[in-house]
Design a protein around this ligand. Structure first.
Ligand code: ADP
Ligand code: 5GP
Length: 203
């Protein structure tokens, strides 16, 4: 039987909006779903693992991959380079996978343009600026000047939310996770994701 094509689920939000927390919870609920590991030049944070959270590259290594045309998209985000590898996306599409992405607004836009029939993009919106600052501070992964930069960038990022397929407000975490889960489930029920259906001669 012909295999279903994969689907690309792109999560975006301001830094601290909850993308990492939400995609990890979804992957726990659905072990068959995969995560698109991006490349970055940002230094590794405590607890991060090379090849699992990101492919951590030097500037030279990243530039070589740009020259070799290995990225679908890449962008400067908060001062470092981040990019999605073509090989990750193409492998997922051809093997029918549900592939989750954690991308900034530029990456989401580029992915939508590169794969208009395959991308579903979801904006994770924090409940307020004050709560976003509180979460970024409580996460303890960034210095106060970095947090301030991320909060300033958040103002422009949030303006893009209306262009997404869905907005999920991440106030209560369990509700937000269930909403993202429900969106993916509904997208998998679209006819284009199910055809051909054996036994019913539907093409
Ligand atoms: P992002 O990946 O978008 O930068 P994270 O997933 O790291 O964001 O979340 C930022 C911080 O906020 C983390 O410490 C996380 O545990 C916390 N957090 C995420 N969602 C919620 C929520 N709904 N309520 C309270 N804290 C949350
Ligand atoms: P962090 O440094 O907090 O892990 O991520 C910073 C920002 O980079 C987040 O908004 C995240 O979505 C974004 N990001 C991560 N990987 C990629 C990528 O491959 N491409 C783009 N454009 N943004 C990315």
């Amino acid at each position: 039987m012909k295999k279903r094509r994969g689907i690309l689920i792109v999560l975006s939000s301001p830094s601290g909006g909850g993308k990492t927390t939400i995609y990890r919870a979804i992957l726990e609920r659905h072990p068959s779903y995969k995560y698109s590991v991006s490349a970055t030049t940002r230094p590794m944070r405590n607890g991060e693992v090379d090849g699992i959270d990101y492919h951590f590259l030097t500037d030279e290594e990243f530039l070589r991959k740009i020259d070799a045309g290995e990225f679908v998209e890449w962008a400067f985000v908060h001062g470092y380079r981040y990019g999605t590898l073509k090989s990750t996306v193409n492998d997922a599409l051809s093997s029918g996978e549900v592939l989750l992405f954690d991308l900034d607004v530029q990456g989401a836009d580029a992915m939508q343009k590169a794969f208009p029939d395959d991308v579903v993009n979801i904006f994770i919106l924090p409940p307020s600026r004050e709560e976003l600052r509180r979460r970024l501070t409580a996460r303890k992964t960034d210095q106060p000047d970095v947090i301030n930069l991320r909060l300033r960038n958040a103002e422009n990022e949030v303006k893009k939310a209306v262009n997404y397929d869905y907005i999920v407000i991440n106030d209560d975490l369990e509700t937000a996770i269930s909403q993202v889960d429900a969106i993916i489930t509904a997208e998998l029920c679209r006819p284009a994701m199910q055809l051909p259906i054996e036994g019913w001669n539907l093409k």
